[in-house]
Design a protein around this ligand. Structure first.
Ligand SMILES: Nc1ncnc2c1ncn2[C@@H]1O[C@H](COP(=O)(O)OP(=O)(O)O)[C@@H](O)[C@H]1O
Ligand SMILES: [Mg+2]
Length: 310
């Protein structure tokens, strides 16, 4: 069976006012199967949101291609693109400004139906609210009455309104309290199972990602440095950067690993060779001159490193 979503070597460079060009995404290839959850993790600024926007079709790659259901997104007619926009939906980080405070929750929820000219009724809106664990009575209330967690449930209700096949969730629980995070993660998992929804889950938080993803792709300076099945990747990271991220997650009875030295280099001046070599504890001479390719290794793992840890 072909993948639901496939990105082939996509890149996105931003031209800055100064004339400089910034490679936010630099040659990313990934695949997502039906109903599967792939987490994209990495430090702030590594290109996660840019990648999400490219996969959503909000933005176009300046190189490479993106296939949805085996078809190139860029080559579709405008009618096909409209259909596509129903099939891929996005959930953003919770924010109080996500909803117009003067619209009832019912009108906010009806918006995707109006935009895509699909029929809806009060009952269908109530059923959607029920799906995400909110009372149908919210239809007539205003977003100001919602807590952060409830607002994120409403965001999710809006995203699933038109029965999409893929959700791109960009830091969907990062603004929420830890106890609420778990509830939202559970809701997403439940909906995925019920609706056969695939999910690209963008997060900087490995503890959250562990709860929801089947696979993890680790990004550093615009590129994937390691990808693998969630439990295996977290238990035995192969890339020194993944190792450092895993070691930075507090675990009972385990001392924290040594923190990574230095800051992420500016994406305006990415290091030659391996992008990570300036901070890598096991880097050797070769790493500063020769860029490692992302190569398949045993156990469904892909790693871009000259000296992988396993
Ligand atoms: N519209 C834009 N114009 C210029 N630079 C951008 C733009 N959007 C993002 N960037 C830059 O691209 C890089 C990746 O950003 P982003 O995709 O938001 O990363 P992340 O989501 O991982 O924090 C960052 O260096 C950011 O400053
Ligand atoms: Mg981001």
């Amino acid at each position: 069976m072909s993948a639901l979503l496939q990105a082939r070597n996509i890149a996105r460079t931003y031209k800055l006012g100064s004339g400089a060009s910034l490679r936010a995404v630099d040659g990313v290839s990934l695949e997502l199967a039906r109903g599967e959850t792939l987490a994209v993790v990495g430090e702030s600024g590594c290109g996660k949101s840019t990648l999400g926007r490219l996969l959503m079709g909000f933005d176009r790659p300046d190189r490479g291609e993106i296939l949805f259901d085996g078809q190139d997104m860029a080559k579709r007619s405008s009618r096909e693109q409209r259909v596509l926009r129903r099939q891929i939906q996005m959930v953003f980080q919770d924010s109080a400004s996500a909803f117009n405070p003067r619209w009832t929750i019912g009108s906010a929820l009806a918006e995707p139906f109006r935009i895509h000219k699909r029929p809806w009724s009060r009952q269908s809106l109530e059923a959607l609210l029920d799906r995400v664990g909110l009372s149908g009575a919210f239809v007539d209330r205003y977003p100001g009455a919602l807590s952060g967690g409830q607002r994120q449930r409403l965001n999710i209700a809006r995203a699933i309104a038109l029965s999409p096949r893929l959700i791109v969730a960009d830091e969907p629980v990062s603004a929420l309290d830890v106890s609420v995070q778990a509830q939202i993660v559970n809701l997403l998992r439940q909906l995925q199972a019920d609706l056969d929804l695939a999910c690209l889950f963008i997060s900087h938080d490995l503890a959250v990602v562990r709860q929801i993803s089947d696979r993890i792709a680790v990004m550093y300076l615009g590129a994937i440095v390691e990808e693998g099945e969630t439990l295996s990747l977290l238990a035995s990271p192969s890339h020194p950067y993944t190792r450092a991220l895993v070691d930075a997650v507090p675990q009972p009875g385990k001392p924290l690993g040594a923190p990574l030295q230095g800051d992420v280099p500016s994406p305006l001046f990415p290091p030659n060779g391996c992008r990570f070599h300036t901070r890598c504890p096991v880097a050797q001479r070769r790493c500063s001159t020769e860029r490692p390719e992302l190569e398949a290794r045993q156990g469904h793992r892909r790693v871009a490193c000259h000296f992988p840890l396993m």
